[in-house]
Design a protein around this ligand. Structure first.
Ligand code: NAI
Length: 365
């Protein structure tokens, strides 16, 4: 009998009315029957923060932990030290930065995620957010809801995407898909910065260009989109100093992780007009506090963490979570691309440049 603990977000009436909301505490990733029929013990909770949380209580004897980036249960080294039975952490989705990966290596815990499960969902959200910002959609729509009609007020900040330079920080599965989806918009240039080059055929087909210097790329871009994982080299990367290298009036879209940007520095650049718009769906911490400055700064296109949790994506990451756990039960090796850390070392090459990284996470699709 294996104890499996899942920390998911509450779906309330929405989850009861829509059973395909699989990532909720009510619908339990659709795993209960499958796990219990094999005699395993499945606990699903949402209370995750603080030392008196239900999460801390259950963690002590859990063997498999399922978490999700949408409602991250932060697994610190201290918490891991108490989790004596923990062998496998599965991220239902993509992005395992809420787990202290170095500590997972120290405790020889495997961390796996459902690689590729929601990359299309996020890429679509990025393209939508770029368009929403550059076309000044939100203020124009708000006029209509308020009963107003002022074409000039909306149009004075409205531009075409055609002829602009768009750049991505990170050109893995999501970054590549964003660039590919932008190709028909006839942008002036599509640029990327990544220590792993895109495969040459994809680069040629998309017509994008790799730039080796991040600051140089930012100085050229009208729109910047962040599509790299959060790790020690990207935490707080977009701070006052780096934002100052961006073109005045540029737009920044971040669906990667909130902590890649310094929240006060973003708000300051937006209030000053150095940035014309900021959008995305990721925050730190999550849920975002009511007074988080990104909620109220002008010209923001922020949403809760929804881009990777469309109904279609939930089906894929629920199936992927089951696949990973099934392999664990059967003692079958995990798919390389799903494994972030295992056996005390990084397996993915996407979480920063490391000498021991294998090719597991390098696949560019
Ligand atoms: P991926 O592993 O396919 O690609 C990530 C790329 O970022 C890799 O090519 C890697 O070399 C690059 N990278 C890492 N550090 C970098 C740095 N310092 N500068 C430039 N590039 C760097 O991952 P994928 O699937 O494209 O996802 C990327 C991230 O997007 C995830 O780690 C996660 O944080 C976020 N994400 C957000 C979702 C949402 O719902 N908002 C859903 C899925 C992913």
């Amino acid at each position: 009998m294996v104890k499996v603990l899942a920390v998911l977000y509450k779906g309330g009436k929405h989850a009861l009315e829509e059973p395909r909301l699989l990532g909720t505490t009510e619908n339990e990733l659709g795993l209960r029957e499958w796990l219990e029929s094999q005699g395993h013990h499945y606990i699903v909770i949402d209370d995750k923060d603080g030392s008196n949380s239900v999460f801390e209580k259950h963690l002590v004897d859990t063997e498999i932990l399922i978490t999700t980036p949408f409602h991250p249960a932060y697994l610190s080294k201290e918490r891991m030290a108490k989790a004596k039975n923990l062998k496998l952490c599965v991220t239902a989705g993509i992005g395992s930065d809420h787990i202290n990966l170095d500590a997972a290596n120290e405790y020889k815990i495997t961390v796996a995620e459902v690689t590729g499960s929601n990359v299309v969902s996020v890429a679509e959200h990025v393209v939508m957010t770029i368009l929403i910002l550059i076309r000044n959609f939100i203020p124009a729509h708000e006029q209509i809801v308020a009963g107003d009609w002022d074409v000039a007020a909306a149009a004075r900040r409205e531009y075409d995407l055609e002829g602009k330079v768009v750049a991505t920080v990170g050109a893995g599965r999501i970054g590549t898909r964003v660039l590919r989806r932008l190709k028909p918009f006839d942008c002036k240039e599509l640029l990327y910065f990544d220590y792993q080059p895109m495969n040459p055929e994809a680069e040629k087909e998309i017509g994008c260009r790799r730039i080796n210097d991040l600051e140089e790329m930012l100085s050229l871009a009208d729109v910047v989109t962040i599509n790299c994982p959060l790790h020690e080299k990207t935490k707080g990367l977009f701070n006052k100093q780096l934002i100052s290298k961006m073109k005045k009036g540029a737009y920044l879209v971040n669906t990667a992780r909130g902590a890649i940007c310094v929240k006060e520095d973003i708000a300051e650049a937006m209030n000053r007009g150095h940035l014309s718009g900021y959008g995305g769906d990721v925050w730190y911490p999550q849920p975002a506090p009511k007074d988080h400055p990104w909620r109220t700064m002008p010209f923001n296109a922020m949403t809760p963490h929804v881009s990777g949790t469309s109904i279609d994506a939930q089906k894929r990451y629920a199936e992927g979570t089951k696949r990973i756990i099934d392999r664990y039960f059967k003692g079958v090796e995990q798919d390389d691309a799903d494994v972030i850390v295992t056996g005390g070392q990084y397996s993915s090459a996407a979480y920063g440049q490391r000498s021991k990284a294998s090719v597991g996470g390098t696949l560019k699709m």
